[in-house]
Design a protein around this ligand. Structure first.
Ligand SMILES: [Cu+2]
Length: 149
């Protein structure tokens, strides 16, 4: 009888523990007309699962004011990335030739719109830049960094 109860407890552990660990840590960010993210630094553990939710809050039309959240691989020049993207308004100002530089991204969002992305943080420690690719937003300061430590 005792062995049976231990087996039952083990079963419960096997079923419940992985579920608890795989639950992503959620981070909520807003993009505003001031061309800033409300969260400009995110700290994370290597391999951690994060769920980023971005919401745009704006007094302007979507065609004039939209935001996304694009996390770039290390070694990617963010200025080059957004500059090349300027020629690709139909693909959310992201150059299709550079999509392999992206770790994770949300959709491009107008006022009141929300999108989430869940991803695994890279195992390599260090800093990863995130940017808004809408025209001139990065240059105006719409950026931040993920610090893996
Ligand atoms: Cu933006």
């Amino acid at each position: 009888m005792k062995a049976k109860s231990i087996i039952l407890q083990l079963l419960v552990l096997i079923l419940i523990v992985p579920a608890a660990y795989s639950q992503p840590r959620e981070i909520y960010i807003e993009g505003h007309d001031q061309l800033r993210y409300t969260v400009e630094t995110i700290k994370a553990k290597p391999g951690e699962t994060l769920k980023i939710t971005l919401k745009t809050v704006s007094a302007m039309d979507k065609s004039q004011m939209s935001h996304n959240w694009v996390l770039l691989k290390q070694g990617t020049d963010p200025m080059n990335f957004v500059t090349k993207g300027l020629q690709h308004p139909k693909s959310e100002y992201i150059d299709p030739a550079l999509t392999d530089k992206i770790i994770a991204k949300t959709d491009m969002l107008g006022d009141g719109e929300t999108d989430s992305v869940t991803f695994k943080v890279p195992d390599k420690k260090g800093e990863y830049q995130y940017v808004c690719t809408f025209r001139a937003h990065f240059q105006a300061g719409m950026k931040g960094k993920l610090i893996v430590e």
